[in-house]
Design a protein around this ligand. Sequence first.
Ligand SMILES: [Zn+2]
Length: 77
Amino acid sequence: MTKRNIDIPAVCDKDLRVILSDLGILNQFESYGFQCKYCNQQIGWHNLGAIAMVDSVLVFVCDSAECLDEASMRTEL
Ligand SMILES: [Zn+2]
């Protein structure tokens, strides 16, 4: 099991763009193809709170305090 956390505040949008592009999901992300793991709202650049790699699956969390609290309380995100 590989787990890699990407802490968004430490990564500027340009770097994140490269990361998403490397993963082949930049287009999907920019067309709002991903949802917050907790509240299921669509994630875009304007409301991206956190990203984590869990078992080779990218998990997105929005920037609401509730969801970020939820994410920080769970080691598996
Ligand atoms: Zn959320």
